[in-house]
Design a protein around this ligand. Structure first.
Ligand SMILES: [Mg+2]
Ligand SMILES: [Zn+2]
Length: 194
């Protein structure tokens, strides 16, 4: 089985202890385009940059965890994933923010890999690479797999409700976008579910 893919560009030294904000990519940071294999037309959600800047200022590491089964299905090549990733980093840089790392699961659903969310392999790789504090750490995403991973490893679970979907049972907080999620986490007042 091909290994997961990682991009490490630490902002704080990897050995320094920090809480971490783990985030999904598609329909969380950028609008989903199924099997996105080109950076063309790609944009961040409007206030995603502000959300990540606030978290960074508060001492958070920013770590992206993303399932990209299009690679396993042959719909996205590795150079294409790389081009999309680079463009995402550029868009974030334009917003004055940088991720510490991104981890991608390249496997197809039926491969039974240990890294496709809600499995914890991407998270496990991140905590091997970085000294992260459990206290205050969170995972934000739009899908059940994101939140099930969060609960499995003891992270605050933030549902980004981008599409018209149901409220997920694992969600500790349900918000319309990353900025609302960041504000909730930084001003932690307990559960915020409708
Ligand atoms: Mg998603
Ligand atoms: Zn995988």
């Amino acid at each position: 089985m091909t290994p997961l893919l990682s991009y490490l560009t630490p902002v704080f030294p990897q050995t320094e202890a920090h809480p971490a904000f783990f985030l999904d990519r598609d329909d969380t940071l950028i609008p989903d385009l199924p099997y996105r294999n080109t950076p063309e037309g790609m944009e961040l959600y409007p206030n995603a940059g502000e959300a990540l800047r606030l978290l960074r200022q508060a001492g958070y590491r920013l770590i992206l965890l993303s399932n990209q089964s299009g690679i396993g299905r042959g719909r996205i090549t590795l150079p294409q994933l790389d081009a999309v990733h680079k463009r995402m980093e550029e868009l974030l840089a334009n917003e004055g923010v940088q991720l510490d790392a991104s981890y991608y699961c390249p496997h197809n659903k039926d491969e039974g890999c240990p890294c496709r969310k809600p499995a914890t392999g991407l998270y496990d790789a991140a905590i091997r690479d970085f000294n992260t504090l459990q206290n205050g750490s969170a995972m934000a995403g739009d899908r059940s797999g994101d939140l099930r991973l969060a609960k499995a490893v003891g992270l605050h679970a933030i549902q980004i409700k981008t599409a018209t979907q149901e409220i997920l049972p694992e969600a500790e907080c349900v918000v319309p976008d990353l900025l609302a999620g960041a504000n909730w986490l930084l001003d932690f007042q307990g559960a915020c579910r409708p």
